[in-house]
Ligand binder design. Structure first.
Ligand code: NAP
Length: 337
């Protein structure tokens, strides 16, 4: 039987995911969509033979929807995740789980009261074959004990609404999640260092680039450059330095051309293509679990909470002048182990 999914929010990734669920992922059907822009919502509903809802909560509570996907803008995530938990339906929420720590706490409380895990957060890098291979290399001890991580997250360009806070809470949050997953470690302190401002991204309220510095329980030191306007492409890098060697995240394969006295390989312009395989694997895995009545296997509400809390401390650090701050993580409840 096909899993009947309702998608709330039809922006860039909402539309991508509707198409992916309809054309690529097996065992599911987009049964309903909700979108604040009614014209867009009705158009997409028509294209995919789905029912249109003007109200996301109405969609979630509809008996024809068995599982929910939340792809609205960040501030609306928590509301729809809470409604899904109340309706006892599996919910895939695009990152971040919520914009505020308190909202994440409310979600993990509600999920524990429900008594089963229904929330998966869209940290798709955990499904990326390159990150998977990197994790395997570290686990097998090939580079010895990890000591240092150098990473960078460069967006080609940013939306007009981008702020210094969003740069960490919306972009940096991917790094925060994937690095603790990769290293199987937890953060103990963090800091934000502000280099010279880029002239390209210069605008009121946006300090760009920023460098997030994190230290883990095992003593691993991490630096992550977050840039919103590389101008040359979407570039994700990660190098782990161990005491026996180093391991680097592979770049996506690209044909190298040599012409006119130059040697070039293409760089992806955007996240849609850079992580296309990760999104495909992630959504198939989510559908397979939900369809078989299993708890989700991807990033949990707890992981979403830790990412939000870490981003929050880093934001405080920047606001207070950049001194390193302790990251006090609460004890992980057995429910999330
Ligand atoms: P987007 O293009 O700006 O779309 C956001 C969508 O949410 C739009 O359809 C917007 O409607 C709708 N929306 C706005 N306010 C709403 C409300 N109060 N209630 C319901 N819907 C509302 O953004 P996007 O790039 O698709 O991003 C959507 C989410 O996915 C974000 O949370 C983002 O962080 C996440 N994301 C994740 C990844 C990833 O790699 N995992 C990549 C991209 C995005 P209007 O168009 O009418 O404003």
């Amino acid at each position: 039987m096909e899993l009947r999914i309702g998608v709330v929010g039809l922006g860039a990734i909402g539309r991508d995911h509707v198409q992916r669920l309809s054309r690529r992922i097996t065992g599911c059907k987009v049964a309903a969509v909700a979108e604040v822009n009614e014209k867009v919502g009705r158009e997409i509903a028509g294209q995919y033979d789905a029912k249109f809802y003007a109200d996301g909560e109405e969609l979630i509570n509809s008996p024809e929807v068995q599982a929910v996907m939340v792809t609205t803008w960040d501030p609306a995530h928590a509301q729809y995740v809470m409604a899904s938990i109340k309706a006892n339906k599996p919910v895939f929420c695009e990152k971040p789980l919520a914009t505020e720590v308190e909202a994440c706490e409310e979600i993990i409380r509600a999920e524990q009261e429900l008594g089963r895990r229904v929330v998966q957060v869209g940290f798709m890098r955990r499904y990326d074959p390159g990150y998977q291979e990197l994790k395997k290399t570290i686990r097998e001890g090939k580079i010895g004990q990890p000591m240092i991580v150098h990473a960078c997250h460069r967006n080609m360009s940013h939306a007009a609404t981008m702020t210094s806070e969003m740069s960490i809470k919306n972009s940096g949050v991917h790094e925060i999640d994937v690095l603790r997953w990769l290293l199987e470690d937890e953060y103990v302190s963090g800091q934000v260092v502000l280099p010279r401002q880029s002239r390209i991204s210069a605008k009121e309220g946006l300090q760009d680039p920023q460098i997030m510095m994190l230290r883990t329980q095992k003593g691993i030191c991490i630096d992550v450059e977050i840039s919103q306007s590389s101008g040359y492409g979407y570039d994700i890098q990660c190098e782990v330095v161990g005491d026996l060697g180093t391991a680097r995240l592979p770049d996506p394969p690209s044909v190298a051309t040599k012409t006119n006295c130059s040697h070039t390989t293409a760089i992806m312009p955007d996240w849609q293509n850079r992580f296309i395989e990760a999104y495909n694997i992630e959504l198939q895995d989510w559908v397979d679990h939900a369809r078989n009545g299993l708890e989700p296997a991807g990033a949990s509400a707890w992981d979403g909470y830790i990412a939000c809390l870490t981003a929050h401390v880093l934001g405080q650090c920047r606001a207070e002048g950049g001194m390193a701050k302790e990251i006090k993580l609460p004890q992980r409840p057995g429910f999330y182990c």
